[in-house]
Design a protein around this ligand. Structure first.
Ligand code: UDP
Length: 453
């Protein structure tokens, strides 16, 4: 895409440096974005940590630069994010200094860094390098994070159990229970991280989104008012061009051969992403719910999903017996391929933003079970704004409720209506990428913008 017409292969003579947050749900969209920008003419360098390092052999057209080979132990995700923002400063400075000093290739136009790596703002400024931010989540949840100071001031935060059902008048249709928090003994650490993310996004040269105008229009309008920087909603990224997988865990292809044997739209696909973990009692309740639903199911049970268990040990024998026929469990699936498959009828998801978008793009109705942070906001939008899924409301992880939710989505009228709406959004997600479509045009602007740096 250029200001005239799309010209695949045309080179622009500018290099862009990418720095992804080393977590699966952040690496995937950033490498997809790097592929998109490569396909329209930019050269690409990826700076990455040793932790969750992407596989360079999948991207022979990129240059990779590893930093921070030693890692401190971290107890939870919040500590990891805080540590990255502290420990990466010097190694990142050194990497930029080397890359900017190398005059042999295309000149470096800008840095694109994950919003959570807010420390990159000061470093980029010290080199006079423009920094564009990629936020890998949705706009609605980002605006909720931006509203944290007001939510604290008004007493919605910290969350009190007695107020869970209370609507947040400032952020409809959210309720207190939908606020994107993490259970932590150090909430100030979370508030400070979010504050820094928001401030350093505001001070950036631009903001790229893996979303599309037709999905999040009201949120994008508010964003443009509150963040007066260039905004580029160019998603869904994974639908622009075919990319190689950036999976950190091997994808079990038996998922597809098993789906091949199932009837059309008959399977419930269950996955809670790369980070969420659940209690053993909830895990068993999920298993019982799947068993009594009578539908075939493909279930991703990642090692580490069940707190205190290695893998499937908690499952009783009668459930394991189902696995030779009606059910299939894998440690990690080729998720997009699964969602594309004709046999999948519903996606029981934790509503990470990537999973949510992937489901919308394939027109798959969702059963929402958000665990923490932005997943809670995404799930509320899926069920109450877009009407493309229904929620297993908090605290209702009980086999009877699960069975009812699966029945509703798979066979009842409500499910049919949900399916119609998600197919309509799927169509919009496809149209926005075509010439004249919102994301196509926004990508054109992004290309022109970066070319001027
Ligand atoms: N994913 C996958 N196989 C799985 C589960 C997830 O490839 O078995 C991918 C999924 O397609 C998505 C990413 O991992 O792109 C998860 O990102 P998301 O934002 O949904 O959730 P997170 O893992 O960050 O909580």
């Amino acid at each position: 895409i250029n200001s005239r017409e799309p010209q695949l292969g045309e080179r622009i003579g500018r290099r862009i440096i990418f720095f992804p947050l080393p977590l699966q749900g952040h690496i995937n969209p950033m490498l997809q974005l790097a592929n998109i920008l490569h396909s329209i003419g930019f050269s690409i360098t990826i700076i990455h940590t040793k932790l969750n390092s992407p596989n360079p052999t999948n991207y022979p057209h990129f240059t990779f630069h590893q930093i921070l080979s030693e890692f401190d132990e971290y107890s939870d995700i919040l500590s990891l994010l805080t540590m990255l923002n502290e420990k990466c400063v010097e190694p990142f400075k050194q990497a930029l200094s080397e890359l900017l000093g190398d005059k042999s290739g295309d000149p470096i136009g800008c840095l694109i860094s994950d919003a959570i790596l807010y420390f990159t703002s000061d470093v980029a400024k010290s080199f006079n390098l423009p920094r564009i931010v990629l936020r890998t989540g949705g706009v609605a949840s980002f605006l909720t994070f931006a509203a944290f100071p007001v939510l604290l001031q008004k007493g919605y935060l910290p969350i009190q159990d007695s107020r869970l059902e209370e609507p947040i008048i400032e952020l409809p249709p959210l309720r207190v229970k939908d606020l994107p928090v993490i259970k932590t003994s150090q909430p100030e650490k979370l508030y400070s991280l979010l504050h820094n993310m928001i401030q350093e996004t505001k001070s950036s040269s631009g903001l790229i989104w893996n979303t599309f105008e037709e999905l999040e229009q009201p949120s994008l309008t508010k964003l443009r008012q509150d963040f007066p920087i260039p905004i580029f909603p160019i998603g869904p990224f994974h639908k622009h061009i075919a990319s190689s997988s950036s999976s950190l865990i091997p994808e079990d292809q038996s998922s597809i051969s098993w789906l091949d044997k199932q009837a059309n739209s008959s399977v419930v696909y269950v996955s809670f992403g790369s980070i969420a973990s659940i209690e053993e009692k909830d895990f068993l309740e999920i298993a019982q719910g799947l068993e009594s639903s009578k539908h075939p199911f493909l279930w991703v049970v990642r090692p580490g999903l069940i707190r205190g268990a290695d893998w499937l040990e908690p499952l009783p024998q009668d459930f394991l017996d189902l696995l030779n026929g009606r059910g299939h469990i894998v440690k990690w699936a080729p998720q997009v391929e699964v969602l594309v498959h004709r046999a999948v009828g519903a996606f029981w998801t934790h509503n990470g933003w990537n999973s949510t978008l992937e489901s919308i793009c394939e027109g798959v109705p969702m059963i929402c079970m958000p665990c923490f942070t932005d997943q809670l906001v995404n799930a509320r939008y899926v069920s109450d704004v877009w009407g493309v899924g229904l929620q297993l409301e908090n605290g209702n992880l009980e086999r009877g409720e699960i069975e009812k939710a699966i029945q509703k989505v798979m066979v009842e009228k409500e499910g049919e209506e949900i399916r119609e709406r998600v197919l309509c959004l799927k169509e919009k997600a496809s149209i926005c990428l075509r010439p004249g479509g919102s994301s196509y045009e926004s990508l054109k602007s992004l290309k022109n913008y970066i070319s001027l740096f």
